[in-house]
Write a protein that binds this ligand. Structure first.
Ligand code: SAM
Length: 210
């Protein structure tokens, strides 16, 4: 099962993740935050939250935002928790929990907004992950997923490379493959875009509803 390998890989790099990927994290998560335009009243779930950088961005504007991050890596979650623990009185509604995307430990219809950034291409069972997002989303809620986009040469190249040399890597998707998965899971795509991360790397993002 790849999940164990992914967990191990992220446990190993948790302490250097923010520093190593600083520019990538800032750019992608700021893009996602602007795209999602989350209202202060929304209850948010972040699937594959990593070191809690999306949470930092959201709480900077709305310290009382109700936001839960889940991840399979205990060490990534530890880094995330440490960012907020000293100021827990300032951020009363931030929670982190260990969980797999394909088995979310929440009641049906719990969240107004679900986000997932740079994690979807790791999911062992993307169909189960989407079914879980559907289950825990409120009927009028929205899901935003941002991920690498295999429509572009360098992503195809990296996908091939990682498939050969990194056992944690699952697979990247073209936008068409990604959208097919989403619509097969009975999500309705509201908006979709591709954007340049830098001169060679491109990402895709989607907003969807039930
Ligand atoms: C590239 S990091 C992205 C972290 C964060 N979303 C960000 O943008 O900085 C991918 C994260 O997804 C998590 N992950 C991978 N597969 C997962 C799964 N099946 N369920 C939950 N989290 C998962 C990893 O542990 C890792 O922390």
């Amino acid at each position: 099962m790849k999940e164990n390998i992914v967990r191990q890989e992220y446990d190993n790099i948790a302490n250097i993740y923010d520093l190593r990927w600083n520019s990538y994290i800032n750019k992608t998560l700021t893009y996602l935050k602007n795209w999602a335009n989350i209202s202060p009243q929304d209850t948010v779930l972040d699937v594959g939250c990593g070191t809690g950088e999306f949470e930092s961005l959201i709480l900077r504007d709305n310290p009382k935002q109700h936001i839960t991050g889940v991840d399979i890596s205990e060490q990534m979650l530890l880094v995330a928790k440490n960012k907020f623990i000293a100021n827990s009185n300032l951020y009363p509604n931030i929670y982190f929990q260990i969980a797999r995307a394909s088995s979310l430990p929440f009641a049906n219809h719990s969240f107004d907004i679900i986000v997932s950034a740079s994690a979807f291409h790791f999911f062992d069972d993307p169909v189960a992950a989407l079914a879980e997002m559907k289950r825990v989303l409120k009927p009028d809620g929205k899901v935003f997923i941002l991920d690498w986009c295999k429509d572009y040469f360098f992503c195809r190249l990296i996908d091939l490379y990682l498939k050969s040399f990194n056992s944690a890597h699952k697979r990247c998707y073209t936008q068409a493959e990604f959208h097919k998965l989403l619509t097969s899971a009975n999500f309705n795509i509201q908006r979709a875009a591709k954007f340049n991360f830098d001169v060679i790397w491109r990402m895709m993002v989607v907003e969807m509803k039930l």
